[in-house]
Design a protein around this ligand. Structure first.
Ligand code: DAH
Length: 340
């Protein structure tokens, strides 16, 4: 009769172990069979009710059952732990063969592109690229460029003054004075850079924009050198079919002065929406360096002559990339910038 009870207990133990899928279930089984009030423990406690003759044999059988239960629980626990460990390793596995996540690379801003393009063209013609300060003396920005105090040309360039005679340069032309005063001749330079004017923001104005200045000073530099240079520049920048046209203009620091138009590279000069029906697009100002400017900067105008020009960088970018609002160049909206 005890045999049958033990057998039934063993069977239940084995069944429960067979369906124990996690540590909690395993613990419950341990408590149920081997705990203080567990079934096997209770059997051991009931030994006293068994006849002295039967006791050793029965005791042995219960002990065997307990040992078997402990061993089976232990084994099952090890297996479960192994399974859990393997599952964790699996879930935390790193696939070292996966390609790395790509960095998102940006690219140059359209302004930078336009600037590098202009630089490339002039470097190809033997020009040096120089830089000048954005905070400038009034003398370099105005006086030495033939724009004395009270000259009406000052009104056109609403200027940010920092103190009495120090300002944010309104034009890269200020670098002309600096380069000429260094006294190294001949000069063949361009100077890209930021300029500032107290202008309200709209589709074609910004209080801060960029210009590229050009200056050549040497013996026998003539107006036709200027014309040929700008023509070559325009053809490089806008295509070999491009024609240039000089219109007389006035700048205080050049004489004679001109504004340069290029034939519209969209319509070839017939007139279209892009050139507002004109067939021509204005791109820069230029002229022969005024003898008085040469003199003020320490160069003898009877021996040397020169030409200068100034290009608005944003204007070039806007034309080249067909942008219809200058503000887009400064807003840093990647949806816009990604298009270039
Ligand atoms: N500095 C002039 C401006 O800001 C542009 C310019 C015109 C520059 C003629 C020159 C030049 O060097 O010769 O409007």
């Amino acid at each position: 009769m005890e045999n049958a009870r033990l057998e039934e207990l063993r069977k239940r133990l084995e069944d429960s172990l067979g369906s124990a899928a996690n540590m909690e279930a395993l613990n419950e089984i341990r408590v149920k069979f081997l705990g203080k009030k567990g079934e096997i423990t209770r059997l051991l406690k009931s030994m006293k009710d068994i006849s002295a003759k039967e006791r050793p044999r029965f005791g042995q059988m219960v002990n065997d059952l307990r040992a078997m239960a402990e061993a089976a629980l232990e084994k099952q626990q090890k297996e479960l732990e192994k399974k859990l460990r393997e599952a964790r390793i699996q879930s935390e596995a790193i696939d070292v063969s996966l390609p790395a996540r790509r960095m998102e690379y940006g690219h140059s801003h359209p302004n930078t592109r336009a600037m590098e393009e202009v630089e490339r063209i002039f470097i190809g013609m033997g020009y040096e690229v120089v830089e000048g300060p954005e905070i400038e003396y009034e003398e370099n920005n105005f006086e030495k460029l033939n724009i004395p105090k009270g000259h009406p040309a000052r009104d056109e360039q609403d200027t940010f003054y920092i103190s009495g005679n120090i300002l944010l340069r309104t034009q890269t032309s200020s670098v002309q004075a600096r380069v000429m005063e260094e006294g190294k001749l001949p000069i063949r330079m361009i100077c890209p850079g930021r300029v500032f004017r107290s202008d309200a923001v709209d589709a074609t104005h910004s209080p801060s924009f960029h210009q590229i200045e050009g200056l050549v000073v040497d013996r026998h530099v003539t107006f036709s050198d200027l014309k040929g240079t700008l023509d070559a520049f325009a053809k490089e920048l806008f295509g070999p079919e491009t024609k240039t046209k000089l219109r007389p203009h006035h700048f205080p620091f050049t004489e004679p002065s001109a504004e340069v138009d290029v034939s519209c590279f969209k319509c070839g000069g017939k007139g279209c929406r892009f050139c507002k029906g004109e067939g021509w697009i204005e791109i820069l100002g230029c002229g022969m360096v005024h003898p008085h400017v040469l003199e003020m900067c320490g160069i003898d105008p009877s021996e040397y002559s020169g030409f200068a020009f100034g290009v608005g960088l944003e204007r070039i970018a806007i034309l080249k990339y067909e942008i219809d609002d200058m503000r887009l160049l400064y807003e840093n909206d990647v949806r816009f910038l990604n298009q270039f």
